[in-house]
Design a protein around this ligand. Structure first.
Ligand code: SAM
Length: 305
């Protein structure tokens, strides 16, 4: 079933959470010279117009990016995310919003690799076209780093299955973003199965899963199941912009579940999340949760005497 179009949701509170964290994770990987790979199993169209078409239908961006747009007191963790959004709107008016592939491309270096999967025929076409335009724009600015070619590969394919063939990446360093629509129950199951398989192939990778916070059983159970996967640790963060709303009446909360998170992520989120709750909160029910844990036994470094 391919009825989901991300354009209706572009720039909403869930995108803010997801994209701000994705940029932080990529920046962490970029601290070492060695190249890394970013794999986006559900890439979407890459760039979204906020002033026309689907995005204007419910104007979901008003729950997210619009509220941050004019703020002069952004916490450091949002600085690069906002600089990226501002960079694509040089007129000063918020017209375009970056999807995860665009956020990644702008954050990554010449030596890094992007592998993007998208199943919707229209969105994959738009994704390819958006990257073609980006390359033309960058070339006009004098940038020589290739945007496409070996560096960025877009596949019109199922990201859950396509991931297998890419793991482990040659550099043994990478981030996988798994961001399905969850319009079908099966997506919850496939996320867990995909991660189980992926950890078997590439145990040290960073895996970030976006999910909606809903009453339905599969949504409530998924993070609990992911906590039991054999990784070196996990982090689970949720952002609610209001008191709970029954399923089907709009998304009020979402989460990011990260396996093998860098140690820098939790302190960064402890600082960022209270600020985001205040900036995006709609009522007194707005809140966040942040928890982390260890699944594999911690190596205590036993000494031999
Ligand atoms: N990651 C994007 C972002 O943050 O900008 C948004 C992705 S959107 C939530 C989910 C996308 O997955 C949709 O564009 C949908 O067409 C696509 N999709 C659905 N099932 C898929 C599958 N099995 N493999 C790849 N893409 C899929």
């Amino acid at each position: 079933m391919l009825s989901y179009r991300h354009a209706f949701h572009a720039g909403n509170h869930a995108d803010v959470l997801k994209h701000a964290i994705t940029i932080q994770l990529l920046q962490y990987l970029g601290q070492k010279d060695a190249p890394y790979m970013y794999i986006d199993t559900h890439a979407g169209a890459g760039v979204y117009a906020l002033d026309s078409g689907e995005a204007t239908k419910n104007a979901e961006f008003d729950t997210g990016i619009t509220k941050l747009w004019g703020r002069k007191d952004l916490p450091p963790a949002l600085a690069d995310y906002m600089a990226l959004v501002k960079g694509m709107n040089p007129s000063g008016k918020l017209r375009l919003y970056p999807g995860s592939p665009y956020c990644a491309e702008k954050t990554m270096r010449e030596q890094d690799r992007l592998r993007l999967f998208e199943l919707h025929p229209r969105d994959v076409k738009m994704l390819v076209e958006n990257f073609r335009k980006l390359e033309a724009h960058e070339a006009a600015q004098g940038r020589t780093a290739p945007v496409r070619g070996k560096r960025v590969i877009v596949s019109h394919a199922d990201g859950f299955t396509g991931l297998k063939a890419l793991l482990p990446p040659p550099s043994r360093r990478g981030l996988v973003l798994i961001d399905p629509p969850y319009e079908v129950k099966d997506d919850y199951k496939r996320v867990k199965q995909t991660l189980e398989d992926a950890l078997g192939r590439f145990a040290t990778g960073i895996y970030a899963v976006w999910y909606p916070v809903l009453q339905r059983m599969e949504a409530r159970q998924m993070p609990e199941k992911l906590k039991r996967l054999p990784a070196n640790g996990w982090l689970n963060v949720t952002l609610s912009i209001s008191a709970p709303v029954p399923d089907g009446f709009g998304l009020y909360a979402s989460g990011m579940f990260i396996l093998n998170p860098p140690w820098t992520l939790e302190p960064m989120l402890r600082e960022l999340m209270p600020w985001l709750v205040k900036a995006l909160g709609r009522d007194a029910g707005a809140t966040f949760t942040l928890e982390s844990g260890q699944t594999l036994p911690v190596n205590t470094g036993t000494r031999r005497t």
